[in-house]
Design a binder for this molecule. Structure first.
Ligand code: CP
Ligand code: NVA
Length: 309
């Protein structure tokens, strides 16, 4: 069998613009098969191990349902019900799990942890969210933008809120796929360009103090929770600091008239977004959530079988 060279997907930069173009067209095709109930089992007899050290709804359901739809099966592990929670070294876990499965998805804390796992894995490893990055989500967000509006090249994405894993990943995507991110965060919660691996002053990222200015003329307005998983102790301080970073009707009004609104979910209405925006006509959050499954099916197929067109 023609086995592609092993590739991990640990951050957005791990694939090229050309590979993303392939994945977007492949995801559309795979989505079409799903919508027309066409059986498609290219990953028959393949097993995906899913390791969750943090909670999840979308990531778990999209990977698990997606793998079954491709003919494969899944093993679900958490910190609490595996030896990971009893201090078995991540390197040993990687050696063992990757001898019994074909693909691994991990949601964990530090990016360094998933990198250590990948360094000792015999099979491809996918980042299902770390403190630093959430590449599968941005893959779905870009696919959703393209479905609704066509190419994102040259467009403006406004990021309103925390300089977190989602923001870092948007920065990487903008640099790779030639669009611009307008970032507005409260002071003390800025993006760390070094973490994102993007140069200060890069033309793909413009920083604004005022979230209204960040949204002005944007083609897509997007935000995320004020307190990400793992930062719960900062919740009260964050609620005060982020009070003016709530995407509301006024922010949407200064964006392009056909601007979309996205949120990776879960959302807190009345905090990072007003209900009338997330539940309003410009919001595509449900397509965005569904598309996690379609793009990840394309990604899993690509990592295990290479290009199949
Ligand atoms: N957006 C996202 O990753 O959702 P879950 O935390 O529910 O997986
Ligand atoms: N930034 C959020 C995303 C949740 C999908 C978190 O890390 O908790």
């Amino acid at each position: 069998m023609n086995v592609p060279p092993m590739k991990h997907y640990l951050q957005f930069n791990d694939l090229s613009a050309d590979e993303y173009n392939y994945l977007f067209s492949r995801a559309a095709l795979i989505k079409g098969k799903f919508k027309s109930y066409e059986k498609y089992h290219p990953l028959a007899d393949r097993t995906l191990a899913m390791i969750f050290e943090k909670a999840s709804t979308r990531t778990r359901v999209s990977f698990e349902a997606g793998m079954y739809q491709l003919g494969g099966s899944v093993v679900h592990l958490t910190t609490g019900d595996s030896q990971l929670g009893r201090a078995e070294p991540i390197e040993d876990s990687a050696r063992v799990i990757s001898r019994m499965t074909d693909l691994v998805m991990i949601r964990t804390y530090e990016q360094s942890k998933i990198e250590r796992f990948a360094a000792h894995s015999r099979v491809p490893v996918i980042n299902g969210l770390t403190n630093e990055f959430h590449p599968c989500q941005i893959l779905a967000d870009l696919f959703t933008y393209i479905e609704h509006r066509g190419s994102i090249r040259g467009k403006v994405v406004a990021w309103v809120g925390d300089g977190n894993n989602m923001a870092n990943t948007w920065l990487q995507a903008a640099e790779l796929l030639d669009f611009t991110v307008h970032v507005s965060t409260p002071s003390g919660y800025e993006i760390d360009h070094a973490v994102a691996g993007v140069q200060h002053g890069s033309s793909s990222c413009k920083v604004f103090k005022d979230p209204m200015q960040a949204c002005a003329g944007a083609d897509l307005v997007t935000t995320d929770v004020w307190t990400s998983m793992g930062y719960e102790a900062e919740n009260e301080a964050r609620k005060k600091a982020f009070a003016d970073w709530c995407v509301d009707r006024d922010m949407m009004a200064v964006a392009q008239p056909d601007a979309l609104f996205m949120h990776c979910l879960p959302a807190h209405r009345g905090e990072e977004v007003e209900a009338e925006v997330i539940d309003g006509p410009q919001s595509v959050v449900w397509d965005e959530a569904e598309n996690r499954m379609h793009v990840q099916k394309a990604l899993m197929e690509y990592l295990l079988l290479g290009r199949v067109d």
